[in-house]
Design a protein around this ligand. Sequence first.
Ligand SMILES: C[S@@+](CC[C@H](N)C(=O)[O-])C[C@H]1O[C@@H](n2cnc3c(N)ncnc32)[C@H](O)[C@@H]1O
Length: 251
Amino acid sequence: MGRMSIPDYMIEFHRNAARQAPGSDDSTRRALSLVPGVDMVRRVLDLGCGTGAQSLVLAQETGATITAVDILPEFLEELEARARAAGVADRIATLEASMIDLDLPPEHYDLLWSEGSAYTVGFEAGLRYWKRFLAPGGALVVSELCWLTDDRPPEIEEYWAEGYPGIGTVEEKLAEAARAGYTCIEHFVLPPEAWTDGYYTPIRERSEAFSEAHGRDPEIDAFLDSGLDEAAMYDRFGEYYSYVFFVLRAG
Ligand SMILES: C[S@@+](CC[C@H](N)C(=O)[O-])C[C@H]1O[C@@H](n2cnc3c(N)ncnc32)[C@H](O)[C@@H]1O
């Protein structure tokens, strides 16, 4: 998504949320625990970090330095404030850039992290591009929206075919990762509470007040309704899809 195409109200709504995608600190920690040699991780590149839900956990759990990349400066400002409040600002450097056009040293990072963000550039394309930044023996942790079953009700098929045509089964995503030059060490499904408590419940709680504060603007209400619709789809069809964490190594 290009910076210029995002209205201010969308940035404001998401900036004030704890995270900008389904997830939880526990899931971030679980994925981190599956990284081989995690105790040796010194340099982390967090791609599409948003306001830093994962960046903070990664800094706290690893003691590493984190380069947190996002295309939106407003999210990075917020991340910096949160890092200061958490006492880890000295180990998190923010970088306003596109995650598929990075002027960063090759083979430099022990750990690449992309939580709920690879879809914005395409899963396989992102994986292919990011490999150059991995230090020898390093790992990439990436979460991606996947179908959990081979058969799905047409209503949810159509919903995600429009919302995210790149959605695929876990097997299809593993094949994409293999084509991009990775081997999967481990993968797991993001649990339902990371969708509800972690993402949709706060959206439900905040939407009404946000609408009121913006004078019931029809454009803003349509944006809020699309978030509420997405939450309602998850309530009805959440057994058919989820984010899946993939812990990958190059080669
Ligand atoms: C769904 S949010 C997830 C944010 C965060 N990882 C989280 O889980 O809360 C996707 C993030 O990717 C960022 N983004 C989208 N396209 C990007 C690009 N080309 N380069 C860098 N960041 C991008 C957005 O600004 C947003 O912060």
